[in-house]
Design a protein around this ligand. Structure first.
Ligand SMILES: NCc1[nH]cc(CCC(=O)O)c1CC(=O)O
Length: 329
């Protein structure tokens, strides 16, 4: 987007090294952040490719522990000083912030919803009996099964994994009738046109932090963190902080069947309130604990975190803990 400043224009500062995974989605996300970082620092940014365990493992994500498999190699490179900043999908980032690293920025969020890609342009409610829907996410399976039951639809969720292209390929090849993916990933890859339905959060709540990016640097890089804070979007930060605090208070990881979404509600003129919704369920969708709270927009991330903890406590009081023991199918 922006021309890389010449060494003279950037005061001869060396390029910032931005660590990224090699998948098409990771490269697209890193490219977006690199543009923002060039703009606020005036420095050149170079992408450094890092291979993570999540990229090489053939196992189902939920079986290898989910939380953090995409993240740890990037973090180790940051701590070793091999890169200056790293970009993660926020929903893949464990809720505990490790010592030595700073979550310097959460840029403006993309559409947080999940998207259905079905054969023949079908919407979810139009899927014929016996349809097989691929998703590696217990959260999606639980909510899709519950939604199907409420519609009287006979569908089956099938665990799959792989990158976005691989998963869409299951539909194109006819092996599956549909797959469900994050809309944000499809948008960033220029493939949102292939979605046959954007799933309303009233039926499928996204993963906490879905659609948002996390820009991390070493805690010791104080001046860099201060510059990166300029690409932070405070509204996104408040919303995802509430969602992630809810997840943390449920003591669930990214492979748990937990959905959460904080939306800012407006009167057409200005944002007036924030609504936080959370859901936990069994994989088969027979039991869901789903709660919502609406109130003034939290004045700070720490107030947003309080809200997440309060809603989590209410969910636990309604039996949420008993629904989270399940792992992958
Ligand atoms: N778990 C993989 C992952 N991590 C982030 C995204 C999409 C981008 C986002 O949610 O921000 C995806 C793919 C998907 O769920 O379809």
């Amino acid at each position: 987007m922006n021309p890389t400043p010449s060494p003279a224009a950037s005061g001869g500062a060396p390029p910032l090294r931005l660590g990224t995974r090699r998948s098409a989605l990771a490269m697209a996300q890193s490219g977006l952040v690199a543009d923002l970082v060039r703009e606020v620092t005036g420095r050149p940014v170079e992408l450094v490719e890092i291979t993570t365990y999540g990229d090489t493992s053939r196992e189902h994500l939920a079986q290898i522990g989910g939380a953090g498999v995409f993240v740890s190699a990037l973090r180790e490179a940051l701590l070793r000083g091999e890169i200056d900043l790293a970009v993660h999908s926020l929903k893949d980032l464990p809720t505990a912030q490790p010592e030595g690293l700073t979550l310097a920025a959460v840029p403006r969020r993309e559409d947080p919803r999940d998207a259905l890609i079905a054969r023949d342009g079908l919407a979810f409610a139009q899927l014929p009996p016996g349809s097989r829907i691929g998703t590696g996410s217990p959260r999606r399976a639980a909510q899709l099964n519950a939604w199907a039951r409420s519609l009287g639809l006979d569908i089956e969720t099938v665990p799959i994994r792989g990158n976005v292209g691989t998963r869409i390929g299951y539909v194109r090849s006819g092996r599956l009738d549909a797959v469900v993916l994050a809309a944000a990933g499809l948008i960033r890859l220029g493939r949102i046109g292939e979605a046959t339905e954007l799933l309303d959060a009233d039926h499928v709540l996204p993963a906490p932090g879905q659609g948002a990016l996390a820009v991390e640097c070493a805690a010791s890089s104080v001046p860099l963190a201060a510059r990166l804070a300029e690409i932070d979007d405070p509204s996104t930060r408040v919303a995802v902080t509430a969602e992630r605090s809810l997840l943390a208070a449920l003591e669930a990881g990214c492979s748990a069947p937990v959905g959460a979404l904080a939306d800012l509600l407006g009167d057409g003129q200005a944002v007036t309130e924030m609504r936080l919704r959370g859901v936990v369920g069994t994989l088969d969708g027979t039991t869901l604990v789903q709660l919502s709270t609406t109130g003034p927009v939290p004045a700070s991330p720490s107030a947003a975190a309080d809200l997440g903890r309060v809603l989590a406590a209410e969910m636990l009081a309604k039996g949420a803990a008993g629904l989270m023991g399940e792992r992958a199918l």
